[in-house]
Design a protein around this ligand. Structure first.
Ligand code: ZZB
Length: 441
């Protein structure tokens, strides 16, 4: 079942379709555009009465009698003696539901826990579809953050001064570059890490882990609202994260890193000009065997001394890094990204349309028919190995989960929303108002 869902998600991903399918309720009702609660109520009640609906309980006394009238007009055979209102407004009903949940909890059948939701830090609450000015129907997207340990810079480049100072003050606290990936099972094939030279990055203190993460400010804001597990948030204070240093992407280029599961003991940070600072952490780990973007960008650096020189990348940071085959795909060979780039004759990292096509096909084929050829899970299907490797890396402290909205969401208060782990409580606004009816047969 889970595999089916993942396959469907991979196929959806491969076609670039992130929508939820079908029109959302609001669009169905209104044909799109922003409709305020006031306008919806205006169609049903007198305008001067609308302010009374600020009180959630007013809804309870207003609409149920109308519903009853409608059902009577409809000639529904209902025993109205047995109608009642749910929620805490009805203490008898409330006591019954409490009892039911207490019993289920004692039996260990229900748990109270946190859940990831699209959230506005400015509003201090979950941002549901009707509270958004942009991004209706958008939900949380899970990524795996891979911890690439920053090693002491070894090329005497002056642009590394801030990082050297940070490493010194951090002492025993490890500093990591943390790329976000959807493909944790490909980490055996890492050859380098990518940042965008003009990007802005920060070093952030992750209190609960006693570690420092280098990432974009946008992703740090998301992380500060999330939990490592259970009720344990990444930072001391929800929604707040200490920035210890800031870096341009250029200041991170040429830094040596230790990448978990990689064949190479040490890899370097290289430039990738197509990175979006509005996705993931703005840091990307490079797997040229299975990611077409990574393959063409690494090749461009390896083949063009001028390109390397322009970004202060020395030969030893790129030339020794050969592609590491990790997944075999029937019909695509041992390095699907290389095969796809050759098949589509992709020449440069700027061949955007072809690269998207290559990436979608590689994702889909890798997930559905790929077989691992490296590491302890060699021989397993990619779809089976992916969740296992993900969990192993998390358990070993080499990775952690990270969420952000699938695409940009803006609240009506004009705040860019994050994904936050919040308690599963419903606000009075979302209280379910229902009348239980017993229909006479
Ligand atoms: C390792 C890896 C190995 C990746 C692979 C892909 C593949 P998507 O699919 O568009 O949601 N990535 C992450 N952040 C960024 C960014 N800010 N800008 C550009 N690229 C980014 O993107 C998720 C993938 O795109 C991530 O997974 C990351 O590269 C990259 F074998 O990490 B991946 C066929 C792809 N294969």
């Amino acid at each position: 079942m889970e595999a089916d869902l993942e396959a469907a998600a991979a196929a959806k991903k491969a076609t670039g379709d992130k929508s939820r399918g079908g029109k959302t309720k609001l669009v169905q009702k209104t044909g799109g555009g922003i409709v305020r609660q006031w306008n919806i109520l205006k169609k049903m009640v007198n305008e001067d009465e609308i302010p009374l609906f600020q009180d959630a309980l007013y809804w309870l006394s207003y609409f149920p009698p109308i519903g009853v009238d409608h059902l009577k007009n409809f000639a529904a055979g209902v025993d109205w003696r047995r109608a009642f209102i749910t929620t805490f407004v009805n203490p008898y009903y409330d006591a019954f539901i409490r009892w039911q949940f207490e019993v289920l909890r004692e039996k260990g059948k229900v748990l109270f826990g946190k859940r990831n939701n699209v959230y506005s830090l400015v509003d201090g609450q979950v941002c549901a579809d009707h509270d958004r000015s942009e991004g209706e129907g958008v939900g949380p997207q899970e990524y795996v953050l891979i911890k690439l340990k920053v090693l002491v810079p070894d090329h005497g480049q002056s642009r590394h001064a801030k990082m050297e100072a940070l490493l010194k003050t951090a002492g025993d606290i490890p500093v990591y570059l943390v790329p976000a990936t959807l493909r944790p099972e490909t980490m055996y094939g890492q050859t380098n890490c990518f940042v965008i030279p003009e990007g802005e990055y920060g070093a952030y203190k992750v209190d609960a882990l006693n570690e420092i993460f280098v990432m974009s400010a946008r992703s740090a804001r998301n992380l500060s609202c999330q939990v490592i597990e259970g009720n344990n948030y990444f930072t001391k204070e929800f929604g707040k994260i200490d920035q210890l240093e800031s870096f341009t992407g250029d200041e991170l280029l040429g830094i040596p890193l230790r990448a978990p599961l990689a064949k190479y003991e040490k890899v370097y940070t290289l430039p990738l000009l197509t990175i979006s600072m509005n996705k993931g952490t703005g840091v990307v780990t490079s797997v040229p065997s299975d990611a077409p973007d990574d393959y063409v960008s690494l090749k461009a650096l390896q083949n063009k001394p001028d390109f390397r020189a322009k970004f202060g990348i020395t030969d030893d940071m790129v030339l020794p890094y050969e592609i590491v085959p990790i997944i075999s795909i029937d019909g695509y060979g041992e390095a699907a990204a290389v095969y796809m780039c050759e098949k589509l004759k992709i020449q440069s990292p700027n061949d955007k349309a072809k690269l998207t096509q290559a990436k979608d096909e590689t994702y889909l084929k890798g997930f559905t028919i790929g077989i691992m050829t490296t590491g302890p899970h060699s021989g397993k299907k990619v779809s089976e190995a992916k969740p296992i490797i993900k969990q192993e890396m998390i358990d070993a402290g080499q990775a952690c989960l990270y969420f952000e909205p699938e695409s940009r969401v803006v609240s009506r208060t004009n705040d860019e929303c994050v994904v936050a782990a919040t308690d599963q409580v419903s606000s009075p606004r979302h209280m379910i108002v229902s009348i239980t009816l017993t229909l006479i047969q």
